[in-house]
Design a protein around this ligand. Sequence first.
Ligand SMILES: Nc1nc2c(ncn2[C@@H]2O[C@H](COP(=O)(O)OP(=O)(O)OP(=O)(O)O)[C@@H](O)[C@H]2O)c(=O)[nH]1
Ligand SMILES: [Mg+2]
Length: 444
Amino acid sequence: MTLRERLHGNEIAPVEAILFGVVDHGDERSAAESLAELSELADTGEFVVAGCMAQHRRHPDPHTYLGAGKLQELAEAVAQTGASVVIADDQLSPAQGRNIEEAVKVAVLDRSELILHIFGIHARTPQARLQVELARLQYQVPRLKRMWTHLERQRGGIGVRGGAGEKQIDVDRSELRSKIAALQRDLEKIGERKVREVRTRADRFTVALVGYTNSGKSTLMNRLTAAGVLAEDRLFSTLDTRTKPWRLAGGRTVLLSDTVGFIRKLPHQLVASFHATLEEALNADLLFLLVDGSSPQALQQLATVEEVLQQLGAGQIPRIQVLNKADQISDRSVLAPIRAHGGTSVLISALNGDGIGELEAALLEHLATVERELILLVDHSAGALRAEVRQLATVLDERFDERGSRILVRASQAAIEQLVAKGARLAAHPDAEPGTTGPSAPAR
Ligand SMILES: Nc1nc2c(ncn2[C@@H]2O[C@H](COP(=O)(O)OP(=O)(O)OP(=O)(O)O)[C@@H](O)[C@H]2O)c(=O)[nH]1
Ligand SMILES: [Mg+2]
């Protein structure tokens, strides 16, 4: 059942929500400001925000999240606005969720559930649907009791009380566990297939676009590859990885993968179940780490992305920082601390194309450091092979003689092996005559 159905039967009415969160003592932003991201999430989740409430505390209360007085205020706000759900800015423990629900008498969602709900709306492929479903079930297991109390309230509490409800929870829990196991098996199969697909592409240099949600990954993907992927001003527009060839000037192509966006406090169940989707990103040769340079939260978002990449085991992949939305940045001095994160950084606008040339140059520079130069000999008769050389390698120079062409290339070891397997020969020395072939691909 969708969240909307759970809350409202099948009737499609705007669901009004009150957002609440705990913010640090020193944080002087207004409730609306500090809950701005949650508000965007709520909007993406198709809720109408009826109010925002923030409490300054060192830590959330372990039992009720908000303090007693603030919780009372929240209950009053619910009664006044007629909101049918309250949404917390953090993940709530099962007990916190239950206690808040008792106080406010409407459904309680936490940030993780809201993110899962959005993923549920946006999942398109069978794999993404399974992954979201798995994460959702895993999230529910320890929280079944809360969901039950809510259902009970909706039904007026008739029928199931005490023991019966408890038993039902046990039954539901074991059902959930077997559903989880089945989903995991299905996903494992898809995962194995995906790993095989990714491996067969190992000879192609792959760049993965990673970054905070809404940073412009899909917009850049569309600009570079005419991929026609959905890009919009909403969080989590992309849930599936799409890989397309990006043709660089000179004919060389690399593969470009667009991936799911990251966000602060991403439920770890989701990170785990999206592992297979992120296979391309995890196996990429290079990451374009996109940052929305126009966002006041850019530094914090960058830190989140770094953290998730570490969790995924992709922390060691070389990266180029891509500072996006240059067209929206009037004061460039704000970019210095973001750039200070080290490595190459390129300022672009995926929207109007500014800086794309520099980005391509930065990629070529990186390729020059990880690939080597050598001469390939290709016979006249092997026209298709010549075309393949141009795709897999950067061609620096080409000369012809009576037997065929001598092509000075820069390429990865994997690409060279692939080309040699298809009949290209290696010149032993850049000055060697055509026909004097090297033994096999020399070691680096
Ligand atoms: N002004 C400006 N807007 C941009 C730029 N690049 C992307 N956008 C806008 O930012 C919004 C998000 O872009 P997407 O490409 O969907 O972002 P994404 O990173 O793929 O987002 P998710 O898939 O949701 O993680 C869209 O409204 C884009 O039009 C840019 O260079 N300048
Ligand atoms: Mg996207």
